[in-house]
Design a protein around this ligand. Structure first.
Ligand SMILES: Nc1nc2c(ncn2[C@@H]2O[C@H](COP(=O)(O)OP(=O)(O)O)[C@@H](O)[C@H]2O)c(=O)[nH]1
Ligand SMILES: [Mg+2]
Length: 301
Protein backbone atom coordinates (compact mmCIF):
# COMPACT_ATOMS: atom_id res chain seq x y z
CA UNK A 1 0.00 0.00 0.00
CA UNK A 2 1.25 3.48 -0.87
CA UNK A 3 1.73 6.25 1.67
CA UNK A 4 -1.40 8.08 0.67
CA UNK A 5 -3.53 4.93 0.80
CA UNK A 6 -2.24 4.15 4.27
CA UNK A 7 -3.14 7.64 5.40
CA UNK A 8 -6.57 7.21 3.85
CA UNK A 9 -7.03 3.94 5.64
CA UNK A 10 -5.84 5.50 8.89
CA UNK A 11 -8.44 8.23 8.57
CA UNK A 12 -11.23 5.93 7.45
CA UNK A 13 -13.25 6.15 10.68
CA UNK A 14 -13.33 9.92 10.54
CA UNK A 15 -14.02 9.86 6.83
CA UNK A 16 -16.91 7.44 7.23
CA UNK A 17 -18.63 9.34 9.97
CA UNK A 18 -17.89 12.77 8.55
CA UNK A 19 -18.01 12.72 4.76
CA UNK A 20 -20.74 10.10 4.52
CA UNK A 21 -22.94 12.20 6.77
CA UNK A 22 -22.22 15.34 4.79
CA UNK A 23 -23.33 13.54 1.66
CA UNK A 24 -26.47 12.19 3.26
CA UNK A 25 -27.58 15.64 4.46
CA UNK A 26 -27.72 17.11 1.01
CA UNK A 27 -28.96 14.10 -0.90
CA UNK A 28 -32.32 15.06 -2.36
CA UNK A 29 -32.48 18.24 -0.29
CA UNK A 30 -31.90 21.90 -0.88
CA UNK A 31 -28.98 23.87 0.42
CA UNK A 32 -30.79 26.07 2.89
CA UNK A 33 -30.46 27.19 6.49
CA UNK A 34 -31.80 23.87 7.76
CA UNK A 35 -29.34 21.67 5.89
CA UNK A 36 -26.48 24.06 6.63
CA UNK A 37 -27.28 23.86 10.32
CA UNK A 38 -27.10 20.09 10.10
CA UNK A 39 -23.73 20.42 8.44
CA UNK A 40 -22.48 22.63 11.26
CA UNK A 41 -23.67 20.01 13.76
CA UNK A 42 -21.68 17.32 11.98
CA UNK A 43 -18.57 19.46 12.12
CA UNK A 44 -19.00 19.92 15.85
CA UNK A 45 -19.77 16.22 16.37
CA UNK A 46 -16.48 15.42 14.65
CA UNK A 47 -14.70 17.51 17.29
CA UNK A 48 -13.74 20.25 14.87
CA UNK A 49 -14.58 22.69 17.65
CA UNK A 50 -16.95 25.65 17.65
CA UNK A 51 -14.42 28.21 16.43
CA UNK A 52 -13.27 26.27 13.38
CA UNK A 53 -16.83 25.10 12.64
CA UNK A 54 -18.25 28.62 12.64
CA UNK A 55 -15.40 29.87 10.47
CA UNK A 56 -16.01 27.13 7.93
CA UNK A 57 -19.76 27.68 8.04
CA UNK A 58 -19.64 31.42 7.55
CA UNK A 59 -17.60 30.95 4.39
CA UNK A 60 -20.08 28.36 3.13
CA UNK A 61 -23.13 30.48 4.04
CA UNK A 62 -21.70 33.43 2.20
CA UNK A 63 -21.18 31.41 -0.96
CA UNK A 64 -24.59 29.79 -0.58
CA UNK A 65 -26.20 33.22 -0.42
CA UNK A 66 -24.54 34.18 -3.66
CA UNK A 67 -25.79 30.95 -5.19
CA UNK A 68 -22.24 29.68 -5.66
CA UNK A 69 -22.86 26.32 -4.01
CA UNK A 70 -25.54 24.37 -5.69
CA UNK A 71 -24.94 20.69 -5.03
CA UNK A 72 -23.19 18.26 -2.70
CA UNK A 73 -20.02 18.25 -4.77
CA UNK A 74 -19.65 22.00 -4.63
CA UNK A 75 -20.28 21.94 -0.87
CA UNK A 76 -17.60 19.28 -0.50
CA UNK A 77 -15.14 21.27 -2.60
CA UNK A 78 -15.78 24.35 -0.53
CA UNK A 79 -15.49 22.42 2.74
CA UNK A 80 -12.20 21.01 1.58
CA UNK A 81 -10.87 24.41 0.66
CA UNK A 82 -11.94 26.00 3.95
CA UNK A 83 -10.51 23.12 5.95
CA UNK A 84 -7.14 23.41 4.25
CA UNK A 85 -7.18 27.18 4.87
CA UNK A 86 -7.84 26.68 8.58
CA UNK A 87 -5.03 24.15 8.94
CA UNK A 88 -2.57 26.54 7.31
CA UNK A 89 0.90 25.62 6.12
CA UNK A 90 2.61 22.43 7.19
CA UNK A 91 5.14 22.91 9.98
CA UNK A 92 7.07 19.66 10.11
CA UNK A 93 9.73 18.81 12.64
CA UNK A 94 12.95 20.12 11.15
CA UNK A 95 16.33 19.30 12.65
CA UNK A 96 17.74 22.79 12.71
CA UNK A 97 21.49 22.42 12.53
CA UNK A 98 22.05 21.73 16.25
CA UNK A 99 24.11 18.66 16.87
CA UNK A 100 22.79 16.84 18.72
CA UNK A 101 19.22 17.96 18.12
CA UNK A 102 17.47 17.22 21.39
CA UNK A 103 13.79 16.31 21.51
CA UNK A 104 11.93 16.06 24.81
CA UNK A 105 8.73 14.04 24.48
CA UNK A 106 6.00 14.71 27.03
CA UNK A 107 2.36 13.81 27.55
CA UNK A 108 0.07 11.88 29.87
CA UNK A 109 0.13 8.11 30.26
CA UNK A 110 -0.96 6.01 27.33
CA UNK A 111 -1.10 8.72 24.67
CA UNK A 112 1.62 7.04 22.64
CA UNK A 113 4.85 8.79 23.67
CA UNK A 114 7.11 5.77 23.65
CA UNK A 115 5.60 4.43 20.43
CA UNK A 116 5.92 7.81 18.71
CA UNK A 117 9.55 8.08 19.83
CA UNK A 118 10.25 4.64 18.39
CA UNK A 119 8.64 5.49 15.07
CA UNK A 120 10.40 8.85 14.90
CA UNK A 121 13.75 7.30 15.72
CA UNK A 122 13.21 4.79 12.94
CA UNK A 123 12.59 7.60 10.45
CA UNK A 124 15.78 9.37 11.48
CA UNK A 125 17.74 6.13 11.18
CA UNK A 126 16.33 5.55 7.69
CA UNK A 127 17.79 8.93 6.77
CA UNK A 128 21.15 7.76 8.05
CA UNK A 129 21.17 9.82 11.25
CA UNK A 130 22.60 8.53 14.50
CA UNK A 131 20.10 8.53 17.34
CA UNK A 132 20.20 8.07 21.11
CA UNK A 133 17.00 7.26 22.98
CA UNK A 134 16.90 8.17 26.68
CA UNK A 135 14.68 6.12 28.99
CA UNK A 136 13.25 8.95 31.07
CA UNK A 137 10.15 7.02 32.12
CA UNK A 138 11.97 5.60 35.12
CA UNK A 139 8.76 5.21 37.09
CA UNK A 140 8.11 1.69 35.82
CA UNK A 141 10.56 -1.01 34.77
CA UNK A 142 8.22 -1.75 31.85
CA UNK A 143 8.56 1.86 30.71
CA UNK A 144 12.31 1.43 30.34
CA UNK A 145 12.00 -1.98 28.68
CA UNK A 146 9.42 -0.78 26.17
CA UNK A 147 11.74 1.97 24.94
CA UNK A 148 14.65 -0.46 24.81
CA UNK A 149 12.63 -2.72 22.50
CA UNK A 150 11.99 0.25 20.21
CA UNK A 151 15.68 1.18 20.34
CA UNK A 152 16.54 -2.32 19.11
CA UNK A 153 13.83 -2.28 16.47
CA UNK A 154 14.86 1.13 15.15
CA UNK A 155 18.56 0.33 15.59
CA UNK A 156 19.44 3.30 17.81
CA UNK A 157 21.66 3.74 20.82
CA UNK A 158 20.03 3.66 24.20
CA UNK A 159 20.71 5.28 27.57
CA UNK A 160 19.00 4.04 30.71
CA UNK A 161 19.37 4.07 34.47
CA UNK A 162 17.63 1.88 37.01
CA UNK A 163 13.92 1.93 37.67
CA UNK A 164 13.10 4.70 40.13
CA UNK A 165 16.16 6.79 39.32
CA UNK A 166 16.08 10.50 38.48
CA UNK A 167 14.87 10.99 34.88
CA UNK A 168 16.75 14.29 34.66
CA UNK A 169 20.00 12.40 35.20
CA UNK A 170 19.13 9.98 32.39
CA UNK A 171 18.43 12.90 30.06
CA UNK A 172 21.69 14.58 31.09
CA UNK A 173 23.73 11.44 30.43
CA UNK A 174 22.10 10.95 27.04
CA UNK A 175 22.87 14.51 25.91
CA UNK A 176 26.47 14.29 27.15
CA UNK A 177 26.88 10.91 25.43
CA UNK A 178 25.48 12.36 22.20
CA UNK A 179 27.94 15.24 22.38
CA UNK A 180 30.92 12.99 22.89
CA UNK A 181 29.81 10.49 20.22
CA UNK A 182 28.79 13.27 17.78
CA UNK A 183 25.29 11.81 17.52
CA UNK A 184 22.69 13.64 15.46
CA UNK A 185 19.57 13.26 17.57
CA UNK A 186 18.61 12.60 21.18
CA UNK A 187 15.02 11.76 22.06
CA UNK A 188 14.09 11.76 25.73
CA UNK A 189 11.10 9.70 26.85
CA UNK A 190 9.26 10.73 30.03
CA UNK A 191 6.68 9.38 32.44
CA UNK A 192 3.15 10.69 32.19
CA UNK A 193 1.35 9.73 35.35
CA UNK A 194 -1.19 12.45 35.83
CA UNK A 195 -2.54 11.52 39.24
CA UNK A 196 0.47 13.37 40.59
CA UNK A 197 0.09 16.30 38.25
CA UNK A 198 2.15 18.77 40.25
CA UNK A 199 4.99 16.32 40.70
CA UNK A 200 4.92 15.43 37.03
CA UNK A 201 5.16 19.06 35.95
CA UNK A 202 7.95 19.75 38.45
CA UNK A 203 9.77 16.69 37.19
CA UNK A 204 9.42 17.80 33.57
CA UNK A 205 10.68 21.28 34.42
CA UNK A 206 13.70 19.76 36.09
CA UNK A 207 14.39 17.51 33.08
CA UNK A 208 14.19 20.53 30.81
CA UNK A 209 16.57 22.58 33.01
CA UNK A 210 19.02 19.71 33.23
CA UNK A 211 19.07 19.21 29.46
CA UNK A 212 19.71 22.94 29.09
CA UNK A 213 22.64 22.62 31.50
CA UNK A 214 24.15 19.79 29.48
CA UNK A 215 23.65 21.73 26.25
CA UNK A 216 22.68 25.42 26.17
CA UNK A 217 19.76 25.97 23.79
CA UNK A 218 18.48 22.42 24.23
CA UNK A 219 15.91 20.89 24.22
CA UNK A 220 15.33 22.09 20.67
CA UNK A 221 11.88 20.59 20.49
CA UNK A 222 9.43 19.91 23.29
CA UNK A 223 7.05 17.55 21.62
CA UNK A 224 3.68 17.06 23.28
CA UNK A 225 2.07 13.77 22.37
CA UNK A 226 -1.74 13.86 22.32
CA UNK A 227 -4.21 11.01 21.79
CA UNK A 228 -6.82 11.98 19.18
CA UNK A 229 -9.35 9.57 20.69
CA UNK A 230 -9.54 11.69 23.85
CA UNK A 231 -11.18 14.56 21.97
CA UNK A 232 -11.51 17.83 23.83
CA UNK A 233 -9.48 16.44 26.73
CA UNK A 234 -6.45 16.64 24.48
CA UNK A 235 -6.91 20.40 24.30
CA UNK A 236 -6.92 20.72 28.07
CA UNK A 237 -3.79 18.61 28.34
CA UNK A 238 -2.09 20.82 25.79
CA UNK A 239 -2.94 23.97 27.74
CA UNK A 240 -1.64 22.46 30.97
CA UNK A 241 1.67 21.27 29.52
CA UNK A 242 2.14 24.45 27.55
CA UNK A 243 1.67 26.65 30.62
CA UNK A 244 4.23 24.75 32.64
CA UNK A 245 7.01 23.81 30.26
CA UNK A 246 6.21 25.42 26.92
CA UNK A 247 5.39 23.14 24.00
CA UNK A 248 6.98 23.69 20.59
CA UNK A 249 5.16 20.99 18.62
CA UNK A 250 2.45 18.35 18.84
CA UNK A 251 2.31 14.74 17.71
CA UNK A 252 -1.33 13.64 17.40
CA UNK A 253 -1.62 9.87 17.71
CA UNK A 254 -4.31 7.24 17.16
CA UNK A 255 -6.13 9.08 14.38
CA UNK A 256 -6.84 5.60 13.03
CA UNK A 257 -8.77 4.77 16.18
CA UNK A 258 -11.28 7.60 16.14
CA UNK A 259 -14.12 9.05 14.15
CA UNK A 260 -13.29 12.41 15.70
CA UNK A 261 -10.21 13.29 13.70
CA UNK A 262 -11.70 16.77 13.46
CA UNK A 263 -9.87 17.49 16.73
CA UNK A 264 -6.89 18.51 14.60
CA UNK A 265 -8.86 21.62 13.53
CA UNK A 266 -9.72 22.48 17.12
CA UNK A 267 -6.05 22.14 18.05
CA UNK A 268 -5.04 24.43 15.23
CA UNK A 269 -7.66 27.05 16.11
CA UNK A 270 -7.41 26.82 19.88
CA UNK A 271 -3.72 26.44 20.69
CA UNK A 272 -1.44 28.04 18.17
CA UNK A 273 1.02 25.16 18.58
CA UNK A 274 1.92 23.40 15.33
CA UNK A 275 0.86 19.79 14.83
CA UNK A 276 4.04 18.32 13.40
CA UNK A 277 3.32 14.62 13.27
CA UNK A 278 0.33 12.34 13.12
CA UNK A 279 0.06 8.71 14.15
CA UNK A 280 -2.24 6.54 12.07
CA UNK A 281 -1.45 3.07 13.41
CA UNK A 282 0.75 1.06 15.74
CA UNK A 283 3.36 0.04 13.17
CA UNK A 284 6.83 1.51 12.82
CA UNK A 285 5.85 3.28 9.57
CA UNK A 286 2.59 4.69 10.86
CA UNK A 287 3.95 8.11 11.78
CA UNK A 288 3.80 10.88 9.22
CA UNK A 289 4.54 14.54 8.85
CA UNK A 290 1.33 16.42 9.15
CA UNK A 291 0.60 17.91 5.70
CA UNK A 292 -2.73 19.79 5.78
CA UNK A 293 -3.44 19.44 2.05
CA UNK A 294 -2.72 15.73 2.00
CA UNK A 295 -4.65 15.20 5.24
CA UNK A 296 -7.81 16.89 3.96
CA UNK A 297 -7.48 15.16 0.60
CA UNK A 298 -7.26 11.78 2.33
CA UNK A 299 -10.32 12.64 4.38
CA UNK A 300 -12.38 13.35 1.27
CA UNK A 301 -11.15 10.74 -1.16
N1 LIG B 1 -3.93 2.60 16.82
C1 LIG B 1 -2.89 3.29 17.26
N2 LIG B 1 -2.32 2.98 18.43
C2 LIG B 1 -1.28 3.72 18.85
C3 LIG B 1 -0.77 4.81 18.12
N3 LIG B 1 0.27 5.34 18.82
C4 LIG B 1 0.40 4.59 19.93
N4 LIG B 1 -0.53 3.61 19.97
C5 LIG B 1 -0.76 2.61 21.02
O1 LIG B 1 -1.10 3.24 22.23
C6 LIG B 1 -0.67 2.46 23.35
C7 LIG B 1 0.10 3.33 24.34
O2 LIG B 1 1.29 3.74 23.72
P1 LIG B 1 2.62 4.12 24.52
O3 LIG B 1 3.62 4.53 23.51
O4 LIG B 1 3.00 3.04 25.47
O5 LIG B 1 2.11 5.39 25.36
P2 LIG B 1 2.88 6.24 26.47
O6 LIG B 1 2.36 5.78 27.79
O7 LIG B 1 2.50 7.66 26.20
O8 LIG B 1 4.35 6.01 26.30
C8 LIG B 1 0.14 1.33 22.76
O9 LIG B 1 -0.65 0.17 22.71
C9 LIG B 1 0.48 1.81 21.35
O10 LIG B 1 0.67 0.75 20.43
C10 LIG B 1 -1.42 5.15 16.86
O11 LIG B 1 -1.07 6.10 16.15
N5 LIG B 1 -2.47 4.36 16.49
MG1 LIG C 1 5.79 5.34 27.62
Amino acid sequence: MGFFDRLKEGLSKTRKSFIDKVESIFTGRKIDEETLEELEEILIMSDVGTKAASEIMSAIREKAKKGEVSDTDSIKDLLKKEMITILGDSQPLVLSGSKPFVILAVGVNGVGKTTTIGKLASRFRTRGLSVILAAGDTFRAAGIEQLEIWAKRADTQFVKHQKGSDPAAVAYDAVVAAQSRASDVVIVDTAGRLHTKINLMEELKKIKRTIEKAMPGAPHEILLVLDATTGQNALRQAELFNETIGITGIALTKLDGTAKGGIIFAIKKGLGIPVRLIGVGEGIDDLRDFEPGEFVEALFS
